[in-house]
Ligand binder design. Structure first.
Ligand code: ARG
Length: 457
């Protein structure tokens, strides 16, 4: 029997019922639904809309359902959706009083409230998982601050950078993600309950009571908007999408850096996979999967934006489509962040190989140009002189840091003995002591700054 059966003379046909149902996925909302109903019942009692005894009976019944679901004694099944399931079970348990729970409420404000409660918790979980990832990255950054590796632009060696600085770059991205989830949580923490179906309610409810009980910061100020606002789902899915984008970039770097061709890092065996045919292979399936799953989360963001667009006010059943995309995105995000935290804890650095490669590709050429510019040569001319030195090295199969002072001076009289040190990869990285730069002390300051900002969460 449906909650709304009264108006109909025939029961719903089985195929229509199956198509219409949402219990198979919105059962995840059981705790949020019961929590919101407990608060609603308490408010109804306090406002004398139902009697104090009825409110108490309802609350006892709801708590019984909650503990039976959690113990496994009660299976969530045989209802149109989670809201119907809880209400039908309540009536089965406590009889008449249970039928009063839905006074001054509609499933429209109910589902909007439940889902906000659920997404709020999910923001907290996302924040704690991403925080753990940043804690790992910053720990690895601290221990690898002194190691150099090539820094790239256009995936061509550009300048030597510190491994710690490189890892700190990802911490910066994930700090922004933390901020986004915190902002999403703050924006969604507005309570729709009390908006009823769309127009508000004629009962003398006190929304402040339920707001307080449910930990919302504010109550919604327009009932039409409140029952049909799913901005918070889009907000969450955008935050999740961008966090996945950042993870995916880290995956891409991991895949490249652990290849034979680069050889900078190693993924330990416990986090690697093999090939069914090629016995020698050690494959980076985990980073590849995370990179692949990013597309799936983007897809969910597109889904919700498309569901919202073009809907007439107020509630429409289209909104039922807000849940599966959300649930899949949160599961995907959580599993990807967790596996990557584990992987980054275990990844090892091939320090010597990184160092050798950091000096390749004439990566300290900018230091030569800077050297001349600091001695008074206009930078553009210094760039030209250095370009000719690079050409000379290519022709003679030399590196910039193997040139003699005599060779330097053939291009400019400004060169003196100290150029020979200035042109080494270590000196190049150390020279960049600006905030956020590659010098050891700049990287250590970066580590401290990240740790300080992380404390906010
Ligand atoms: N399962 C529904 C949803 O997810 C609950 C709200 C139903 N409201 C309604 N007017 N049919 O949106």
């Amino acid at each position: 029997m449906k909650l709304w059966q009264g108006r109909f003379s025939a029961p719903m046909s089985a195929d229509a019922d199956l198509f219409n149902e949402s219990l198979s996925f919105d059962k995840k909302l059981y705790r949020a639904d019961i929590t919101a109903s407990l608060a609603h019942a308490e408010m109804l009692g306090k406002c004398n809309i139902i009697s104090a005894e009825e409110a108490q009976t309802i609350q006892d019944g709801l708590n019984g359902i909650l503990s039976d679901v959690e113990s496994g004694a009660l299976t969530i099944e045989n209802a149109e959706d989670i809201h119907s399931f809880v209400e039908e079970n309540l009536v089965k348990r406590i009889g008449q009083a249970g039928k009063k729970l839905h006074t001054a409420r509609s499933r429209n404000d109910q589902v909007a409230t439940d889902f906000r409660l659920y997404v709020r918790e999910s923001c907290d979980k996302a924040i704690s998982l991403i925080k753990a990832l940043v804690e790992t990255l910053v720990l690895r950054a601290k221990e690898s601050a002194k190691y150099l590796l090539p820094g790239f632009t256009h995936l061509r060696k550009a300048q030597p950078v510190s491994c710690g600085q490189y890892l700190n770059a990802y911490s910066e991205m994930f700090l922004r993600d933390l901020d986004r989830f915190a902002a999403c949580r703050r924006r969604l923490n507005v309570m729709p309950l009390g908006s009823a179906a769309l127009a508000g309610t004629s009962y003398p409810i006190d929304r402040e009571i339920t707001r307080e009980l449910l930990g919302f910061d504010e109550i919604s100020e327009n009932s039409l908007d409140a029952v049909s606002d799913r901005d918070f789902v889009a907000d969450y899915l955008f935050a999740a999408s961008l966090a996945m984008a950042h993870l995916s970039r880290l995956c891409e770097d991991t895949i490249l850096y652990t290849s034979d061709e680069f050889g900078y890092w190693n993924i330990p065996d416990e986090y690697s996979t093999g090939s069914s045919i090629m016995p020698q292979k050690k494959n980076p399936d985990l980073p590849e999967l995370v990179r692949g799953k990013t597309g799936r989360v983007y897809g969910h963001l597109t889904s919700i934006l498309t569901v919202i667009k073009g809907l007439p006010l107020a509630y429409n059943k289209d909104f039922q489509e807000d849940k599966e995309c959300f649930f899949d995105a949160e599961t995907t995000l959580f599993s990807c962040v967790s596996i990557y935290t584990a992987l980054m804890q275990k990844i090892t650095f091939n320090v010597n190989r990184m160092f050798e490669e950091a000096g390749g590709g004439f990566s300290t050429a900018t230091d030569i140009a800077d050297y001349l510019a600091k001695k008074g040569m206009p930078f553009r001319d210094a760039h030209g002189v250095t370009g000719r030195l690079v050409q000379y090295c290519i022709k003679e199969k030399k590196t910039l840091f193997s040139l003699t002072l005599k060779e330097f001076r053939k291009e400019s009289e400004l060169f003196e003995e100290d150029i020979l040190n200035a042109v080494t990869p270590r000196a190049s990285a150390e020279a960049r002591n600006s905030v956020g730069g590659s010098s050891l002390s700049a990287v250590r300051r970066g580590v401290n700054s990240i740790r300080r900002r992380l404390k906010k969460y």
